[in-house]
Design a protein around this ligand. Structure first.
Ligand code: ATP
Ligand code: MG
Length: 556
């Protein structure tokens, strides 16, 4: 992939990077994407991935993939593997640069000892409750812990004991000695190490003390000589602490932390904790449920890497929190799928049509191109016969003047086939139309050169005898309100209709359609073949409808 699919304008972070390069501040730019492997990546992470990998590509630098795996109780190799797969799928390559904070546990412990020796850290034995009380709040300063003035020797001794597993969880923590009166709560002697007698997915039972995120993260950046440590705005008031550790310690480099506004999307939940909850409680069918905002879910739904990269490019980077319209994401998906997907016939709500004057038993093959503009996609043959299915929506009993589809006494063109005229609608005992009786005009076959007649509407169809049954999964947003986090309990906003399963008919060429492949069902929507498909039955996920809500907003 090229550095950028279209020239990106210089956002404020790229401007900083460009300046630094101009001033020869760094030999080369090193960024990193630092996920914690405690869940699957979501569309918000895609923004961070595109930014970090994008900058490294544009500046001929490198971007590390680093797992910030400091919390053994919540992390798992399943997540590590999914994250790698997702970053690759998005089109990015970390090359040799795959790292784990857990690889630095020895070094990090060394840094902790260095802080203790410098009198900049101490072992505190307050209970969790007491620590909270001593911390104060935004209005009131904190109080010094009674253990703050332990001697260096005593601290070293206790830290060793903590590491050796001789203390109970919660008995002690190691804290930075900064300032209990700081207006920034993060600077009030934050924890550096805590005791956790837990198995780590990579280091096993080697450790029973684990470094806190703020300590491990910045120092891992420094160890890797990251030049620009880009993170989201909630870390802005952690920056003084990030810098404090770098100042106190003898580190190989001093990365610069820069914050940007995270992606928020309408109708979309982005909290990993809540997404995990949706999975665990069975509201969705796993992390890759196509309704999930996870990269795995989005991929299964049929969104493309290119459309996600394009979306990230369009939303840009800023310092101000905002909420992006889901419509914009869908617009980017349509834009890509429009160019790349074959057009096929699929009928979601079939209505049978009998063409009375068409010879029984006869089958014609109608040639139909797969794409209106891209001839390289080729053509296929669509069988046509006396009984066909059309979409229920394409018939109206009592149509308004401007309804250019079928009604009794009106005619319509069948795409790639003939003009038919409707003579009668047959109803069942409930009064519903269940079948149409039509006549065709033999002189109107598409492509025959004889077609002179102007007909206003063209509809899609399938030969009933040749149509194949399939399952269509029709998705709506998982949440009903734009702000998915709204209210006391986010579950109250769940959309009961987020998944509707429908029987549908597809054309014969789709019989063995490959899992993951996308199509446009003409006049319907984009669909993608789901992994639940069997040799007997294809399952299609509706990726996105054809209707473009974004265009409408823009042109209002
Ligand atoms: P957690 O609550 O578990 O920390 P997280 O979403 O912050 O959740 P991380 O694994 O820490 O998950 O995130 C990895 C990187 O992705 C971080 O640099 C983070 O800033 C960035 N990131 C997370 N969510 C978003 C978002 N919505 N928009 C942009 N970047 C994000
Ligand atoms: Mg985080």
């Amino acid at each position: 992939m090229s550095a950028s699919e279209s020239e990106p304008s210089l956002d404020f972070i790229r401007t900083i990077v460009a300046e630094d390069l101009k001033n020869n501040k760094h030999e080369r730019i090193i960024t990193r994407f630092p996920p914690e492997p405690n869940g699957y990546l979501h569309i918000g992470h895609a923004k961070s991935i595109c930014l970090n990998f994008g900058i490294s590509l544009e500046s001929k630098g490198v971007c590390h993939l680093r797992f910030d795996d400091t919390n053994p109780t919540k992390e798992d190799t399943e997540y590590v593997n999914s994250i790698k797969e997702d970053v690759k799928w998005l089109g990015f390559d970390w090359g040799e640069n795959l790292f784990y904070a857990s690889d630095y546990f020895d070094k990090l412990y060394g840094y902790a000892v260095e802080l203790v020796k410098k009198g900049k850290a101490y072992v505190c034995s307050l209970s969790a409750e007491e620590t909270k009380d001593y911390r104060g709040n935004l209005k009131e300063p904190g109080k010094n812990s009674p253990y703050r003035d332990r001697s260096v020797e005593e601290n070293l001794e206790l830290l060793k004991k903590m590491k050796a597993g001789e203390c109970a969880e919660g008995e002690h923590i190691l804290r930075a000695k900064i300032d209990m009166t700081s207006p920034n709560l993060n600077m009030r002697d934050p924890a550096i190490y805590r005791i956790r007698k837990a198995h780590h997915h990579r280091t096993g039972d080697t450790w029973c003390i684990y470094p806190m995120y703020d300590f491990a993260h910045g120092l891992s950046d420094a160890i890797e000589k990251i030049t620009h440590s880009i993170c989201t705005l909630e870390f802005e008031n952690h920056r003084p602490l990030y810098e404090w550790f770098l100042e106190q310690l003898d580190v190989p480099s001093e990365p610069k932390q820069i914050e940007f506004a995270r992606l928020n999307l309408t109708y979309t939940l982005m909290s990993k904790r809540k997404l995990l909850d949706l999975v665990n409680s069975g509201v969705v069918n796993g992390w890759d449920d196509p309704r999930m905002p996870t990269i795995a879910g989005i991929r299964r739904r049929g969104y493309t890497p290119k459309s996600l990269r394009r979306f990230c490019e369009k939303i840009g980077i800023s310092k101000h929190d905002s909420v992006t319209e889901l419509n914009l994401l869908e617009y980017c998906v349509r834009e890509d799928l429009n160019e790349t997907t074959p057009r096929v016939m699929g009928i979601l709500n079939p209505l049978k049509v009998v063409i009375e004057n068409y010879p029984e038993g006869e089958v014609e093959e109608m040639e139909a191109p797969y794409h209106p503009k891209d001839e390289s996609m080729g053509k296929r043959k669509l069988p046509f016969s006396r009984e066909i299915y059309i979409e229920q929506e394409d018939f109206m009993e009592d149509p308004p003047k401007k309804f250019f589809r079928l009604a009794v006494g009106r005619e319509v063109r069948l795409r790639y086939a003939y003009v038919i005229y409707c003579e009668e609608a047959i109803k069942n005992e409930k009064g519903e139309v269940v079948e149409l009786r039509c006549k065709y005009d033999v002189d109107t076959r598409s492509g025959s050169g004889q077609v002179k007649r102007k007909v206003k509407g063209t509809i899609h169809w399938l030969s009933a005898a040749h149509a194949i049954k399939a399952e269509a999964r029709l998705y709506e947003t998982l949440f009903l309100s734009e702000n998915a986090e709204e209210g006391e309990d986010y579950r109250e906003n769940l959309n009961p209709n987020s998944l509707k399963v429908a029987e549908c008919y597809i054309e014969p060429s789709l019989k063995d359609a490959e899992v993951g492949k996308s199509y446009q069902f003409e006049r319907n929507a984009y669909f993608c073949v789901d992994k639940d498909s069997t040799p007997e039955k294809r399952v299609f996920n509706r990726t996105v409808t054809l209707k473009d809500g974004w265009g409408k907003i823009k042109n209002k």
